[in-house]
Design a protein around this ligand. Structure first.
Ligand SMILES: N[C@@H](CCC(=O)NCCCC(=O)O)C(=O)O
Length: 251
């Protein structure tokens, strides 16, 4: 049985002054081993015709995290503070990609920046600096700590009773890692909260009306997913949704 093909949009990063289209290996590994999919890197060229052509033979989309931030004018936010990192090429690809994937009923999994992209693409808004918002805590990692600590458990998430995550976790409270400073300010219409941090920040959401699976997470389940039963269940469920899509596509 052929693996479902899952597209991952690339970041555009400069290496030796040349732009490269790149995806972190942990996302590729989680897709290959955790979801049983064939990852397909989508260049972030912002070309609608290319996206449409690519979507025709994909079975799912994984939107990965990134240190870069969505340009705030795309969700009606104030101009960025000096020094904020952006990736306009990725914005120009991922936002239309989410809309088209939902229209076509393709399964979508959004992680960290990817979750923020799902929200913005569907009409939501973001906080640009969660740590500066009254009542919210600092969701950023200590960037000088070893990676094991940066991606280690950071805070709890209260899961929505009856939600997908609560069912997979067998619990209404899980512990997650946390490596972001932006977050959901207003959830887009049609999105349903799956979990919130103890300060009330939305950490996970799904879309019930989507013809395919749509789940977005502010944390990083791809990090050593095999050591965490909820992360393992997330990638298994996403892989199953992509396999169903592939079966229908090949009918
Ligand atoms: N820049 C945004 C999104 C944060 C994010 O996706 N971090 C990922 C870091 C690298 C990785 O593990 O892929 C924000 O700060 O909210």
């Amino acid at each position: 049985m052929k693996r479902p093909v899952v597209g991952i949009p690339c970041d555009i990063k400069l290496f030796h002054a040349f732009p490269f289209h790149a995806v972190g290996e942990k996302y590729i590994t989680a897709l290959t081993s955790g979801a049983g999919a064939l990852p397909w890197l989508i260049p972030s060229l912002g070309d609608d015709a290319l996206l449409d052509e690519t979507l025709g033979w994909l079975d799912g989309i994984l939107l990965p995290g990134s240190p870069s931030n969505i340009q705030p004018h795309l969700y009606g936010g104030a101009p960025s503070r000096a020094g904020m990192l952006h990736d306009p090429g990725r914005d120009a690809s991922t936002l239309p990609l989410v809309v088209r994937a939902v229209e076509r009923g393709l399964p979508v999994l959004g992680i960290c920046r990817g979750a923020q992209e799902v929200n913005v693409a569907l009409g939501g808004e973001l906080y640009q600096h969660v740590q500066d918002e009254p009542g919210y805590f600092d969701h950023r990692e200590s960037s000088d700590a070893p990676l094991e600590r940066q991606y280690g458990p950071a805070h709890h998430v209260n899961l929505t009773p009856g939600g997908w995550l609560a069912e997979w976790a067998g619990s209404e409270r899980i512990e997650v890692n946390s490596l972001h400073q932006q977050g959901v300010k207003r959830l887009a219409p049609g999105l349903v909260v799956e979990g919130v941090a103890e300060d009330g920040l939305v950490e996970a959401f799904r879309m019930d009306a989507a013809r395919g699976f749509l789940l977005a997470l502010q944390w990083h389940p791809e990090w050593q997913y095999w050591n965490n039963p909820v992360s393992t269940a997330i990638f298994r469920a996403f892989g199953d949704a992509c396999r169903s899509h592939r079966d229908k596509r090949l009918e």
